[in-house]
Design a protein around this ligand. Structure first.
Ligand SMILES: *[C@@H]1O[C@H](CO)[C@@H](O)[C@H](O)[C@H]1NC(C)=O
Ligand SMILES: *[C@@H]1O[C@H](CO)[C@@H](O)[C@H](O)[C@H]1NC(C)=O
Ligand SMILES: *[C@@H]1O[C@H](CO)[C@@H](O)[C@H](O)[C@H]1NC(C)=O
Length: 338
């Protein structure tokens, strides 16, 4: 049923540093965050504290003055955003007031500044490395930045530079706001789970994360604001998952941290499946199948949308950069037709 997307697409894994755009720290009296910073998160602590404490203010503000809820698109990349022209068309066809874009780009890579909806959307970023907790840090940084930036952000969709949209913006918007749940893959049975669990040492995860609560799932999720806050307020599990692994080929914290945390905190508020289609057939070295230009067709788009769940897939990966041309050809007549 689930083709286990166990292995990550590492292509995205590098990422970046964050800036302190917002200097003043405001600690809410309701904040549950402990004051002690974790070593590699020192730079981000202010960001997380502010995001966690700003949330309740945001909700009341939102209900009174700004009823239009938005989707925050979180782009995690370590290379150029090759498909930004396609995404620009996706965003342009929609109401400008219904989305925000945030880009976390590995600062060690020279990235060509994308234009249109992507202009000036880079957030303070840190380097990211394959099979290390830095990818989780990058995703948490994107979530915290988006939470802080706009109280109207109601859904948080994590995508990479290899992802494409499979439907129009309006279709995506309506799917998410009809469901009002988080779309995150959560798998409890997989033959590789034990090796992943003990990758930091036999007892490294206990007592916070017993083996029977350890989960795996795709890194690419769409979270509700409530669950985005669960993630940025979490210190207990993150302290465990950020520990280094003995073997990088059995680690992949980004495939475990989010599904484990959310299945512990609110299993019924999550679908347990992802909306991002990926093809793991015949894969090697932990990389999913990458579509080439000659494979791009209306039929492929229709095939990738098909799912066994109540929603169609909304996004798909991975596509090689030179798929842009054939994708642009079928963008309006096929992909964004609905
Ligand atoms: C990025 O590009 C600039 C200007 O082309 C160059 O000076 C710099 O060394 C490059 N940095 C990296 C990391 O390649
Ligand atoms: C998945 O990838 C395999 C090659 O490994 C290919 O033959 C197959 O058509 C792909 N499936 C879809 C739905 O694109
Ligand atoms: C749907 O379920 C069938 C039967 O288990 C499976 O063969 C197929 O690959 C699934 N389709 C998708 C898109 O996951």
């Amino acid at each position: 049923m689930f083709s286990t997307p166990f292995v990550l697409s590492f292509s995205l894994l590098l990422s970046l540093p964050i800036l302190f755009l917002l200097a003043p720290r405001i600690f809410s009296p309701h904040s549950s965050l402990p004051p002690i910073p974790l070593p590699d998160e020192l730079d981000d602590l202010s960001l997380f504290n502010r995001a966690a404490s700003s949330s309740s203010l945001s909700r009341s503000h939102l209900s009174s003055s700004n009823p239009k809820l938005k989707i925050a698109f979180l782009f995690l990349t370590n290379s150029d955003l090759h498909f930004s022209p396609l995404w620009n068309r996706f965003f342009k066809k929609s109401n400008k007031n219904l989305y925000n874009i945030y880009i976390h780009a590995d600062p060690s890579v020279n990235i060509t500044s994308p234009s249109g909806a992507f202009a000036d959307k880079f957030i303070s970023s840190k380097r990211t490395y394959r099979a290390s907790p830095t990818l989780v840090s990058a995703a948490r940084r994107l979530l915290a930045t988006a939470i802080l930036d706009d109280p109207a952000n109601a859904f948080f969709a994590l995508v990479s530079q290899h992802c494409i949209p499979l439907h129009s913006f309006r279709y995506v918007y309506n799917s998410l706001f009809t469901s009002r749940t988080s779309f995150i893959e959560i798998i409890s049975k997989d033959p590789r789970l034990w090796k992943r669990y003990i990758a930091r040492g036999r007892y490294a995860m206990t007592p916070e994360v017993p083996f029977d609560r350890f989960r795996v799932g795709s890194q690419f999720f769409v979270l509700t604001r409530k669950h985005a806050l669960v993630v940025i307020k979490d210190r207990k599990l993150w302290k465990k998952f950020k520990k280094p692994c003995y073997r990088s080929d059995e680690c992949y914290p980004e495939e475990h941290y989010f599904p484990t945390l959310l299945s512990m905190q609110d299993p019924n508020g999550c679908t347990h499946y992802t909306l991002t289609r990926v093809n793991w057939t015949g894969t090697t070295n932990g990389h999913p199948y990458t579509y080439r230009p000659n494979e791009v067709s209306p039929q492929l788009i229709h095939q990738l949308r098909e799912s066994n769940h109540s929603e169609s897939y909304l996004f798909a990966r991975k596509f090689s950069p030179d798929c842009l041309r054939p994708l642009m050809k079928i963008a309006d007549p096929v992909i964004f037709r609905d």
